[in-house]
Ligand binder design. Structure first.
Ligand SMILES: [Zn+2]
Length: 236
């Protein structure tokens, strides 16, 4: 008898999970394509970190974003959108807003890093972690609502981690990192995004070697191709 009750409970939970948690990724674009929103961080008055007197983080992030888009242009399943097109100021909230408005399935924010030591080098990937997350604001009350919310959040976290790991594998050969890698962080831009999201710090402006590499067009193209291939793999 106890086993039958247990079976009923288990089937109910499984059904509940099936209903509450949608499949891995969902195509919401009217054309049926997955929407990837790329955020070339900074822009306009906000130049980000500077690499030379005339080249700043905002230039690099837009250049690499444009190359990623070009790599995915022929895709029949992916549509790429940007949070900014030119050298314009875009508030953080508007960047997140752009992803929400576009019904994005994946969000990638591009940055250039800066470290305290010259030895800090290579790319870094961040995904939204459990730390500092508070999904209780404005959400339905009650324990079951909280459980569903946690499950959806966990699913997005899992998907963000999965994407970060794909990128890690693809970026390692083109822009090796020096003992840095993939981290869980409560980054402002990644909060309030209910989709898989990562922040990619392409390299360190404070490392003389990285600084050179980040500005090298062939390295930019290789990084962009690695990211684009990673995006294709993620949605396969
Ligand atoms: Zn930045």
């Amino acid at each position: 008898m106890k086993i039958r009750v247990l079976t009923t409970v288990v089937s109910f939970v499984l059904f509940f999970l099936w209903v509450a948690v949608p499949p891995n990724v969902s195509a919401k674009d009217p054309t049926g394509k997955y929407v990837v929103v790329i955020d070339p961080a900074h822009g306009g008055k906000d130049a980000g970190v500077s690499l030379t007197r005339s080249v700043s983080e905002k230039d690099i992030t837009l250049a690499v974003a444009t190359l990623i888009k070009r790599n995915l242009e022929d895709s029949k399943t992916l549509a790429v959108k940007f949070t900014r097109m030119g050298d314009t100021d875009v508030a953080l909230a508007d960047r997140v807003g752009a992803a929400i408005k576009a019904n994005a399935d994946l969000f990638i924010s591009l940055h250039v890093n800066a470290g305290f030591e010259k030895e800090s080098a290579g790319y870094e990937l961040y995904f939204p972690g459990f730390k500092g997350q508070d999904g209780s604001k404005g959400a339905p009350k009650g324990e079951s609502a909280a459980i569903v919310r946690d499950m959806v959040r966990t699913k997005h976290l899992n998907e963000s981690v999965r994407f970060a790991q794909i990128l890690e594998r693809r970026l390692d050969p083109v822009f090796p990192r020096m003992d840095r890698g993939v981290r869980d962080a409560p980054l402002l831009i990644l909060q309030n995004l209910n989709i898989p999201a990562v922040v990619l710090e392409i390299g360190f402006s404070t490392s003389p070697n990285d600084r050179k590499k980040i500005q090298d067009e062939s390295i930019q193209a290789a990084v962009a191709k690695a990211v684009a291939d990673g995006v294709r793999e993620f949605f396969q």
